[in-house]
Ligand binder design. Structure first.
Ligand code: CA
Length: 231
């Protein structure tokens, strides 16, 4: 956890109707303060001044593009801990991938539902840095009990290898957030990212097979990695 116990959300977006919708959704959810910036440069300035708990960052911005804002924030010690959710348009798959590579924590594709983005935000804010798997994790029918090294789907035990177990635990612990293949490689296998990331795909395939229908919760984010759905 960082020193700031802030509940301030910074929205960096020039489209007023999107800003209004987000503000309304956050107001409804309750417990948030909101700051807004309508261009990249002032967004960057506000991020530094206000240390928000989370930033919602649109990619298409006047003055400084969203990707650039993200890159600067993630390379600055003072701001790199702040989670960033990117807003992207459907056609911008490349931007989305680059965005995740420059350190965005998640993305939401326009048009999105306000409810969805609030859920994603809460998920990100709930789980801070330095994830350690200790407590029992449950998502839908899947339960992981790290203490007993036990996995069950719908109450039935599923036997996983230790790699599959670690992989599933990581995805469960960070549910709702996209996990890059090379990050998973580093954390599950302890490899440096020079090793072929297809290793991850192979193990995810096996894991899915063992989980059966419950594996639907594991989504492939093409060209990037995997995400375990929140519900
Ligand atoms: Ca925009």
């Amino acid at each position: 956890m960082t020193a700031t116990a802030s509940n301030k959300i910074l929205i960096i977006e020039d489209e007023q109707d999107v800003v209004d919708m987000l503000q309304l959704a956050l107001q409804k959810a309750g417990g948030f303060k909101v700051a807004t910036a309508a261009d990249g440069a002032s967004g960057l300035r506000l991020a530094r001044e206000e240390s928000p708990a989370l930033i919602i960052l649109d990619l298409m911005l006047p003055k400084m593009p969203g990707l650039e804002v993200c890159k600067v924030l993630k390379s600055d010690v003072a701001t790199r801990h702040i989670p960033i959710i990117m807003l992207t348009a459907k056609a911008e798959e490349i931007d989305r991938i680059v965005g995740l590579e420059v350190g965005a924590d998640d993305y939401v594709t326009k048009p999105f539902s306000p409810r969805e983005i609030v859920l994603r935000m809460k998920a990100i804010m709930r789980r801070g840095k330095g994830d350690v798997v200790e407590e029992k994790l449950t998502v839908g029918p899947i339960t992981v009990d790290p203490a007993r090294h036990h996995v069950a789907v719908g109450g039935k035990t599923v036997r996983l290898t230790s790699v599959e177990f670690k992989l599933l635990s990581m995805l469960m612990l960070r549910r709702g957030r996209v996990q890059a293949r090379d990050r998973l490689l580093n954390e599950v296998w302890g490899y440096e990212s020079l090793i072929d990331t297809r290793t991850v795909d192979t193990h995810v395939r096996r894991l899915r097979k063992k989980l059966g229908k419950a594996a639907e919760a594991i989504e492939t984010v093409r060209g990037f990695g995997y995400r375990l759905r929140e519900r």
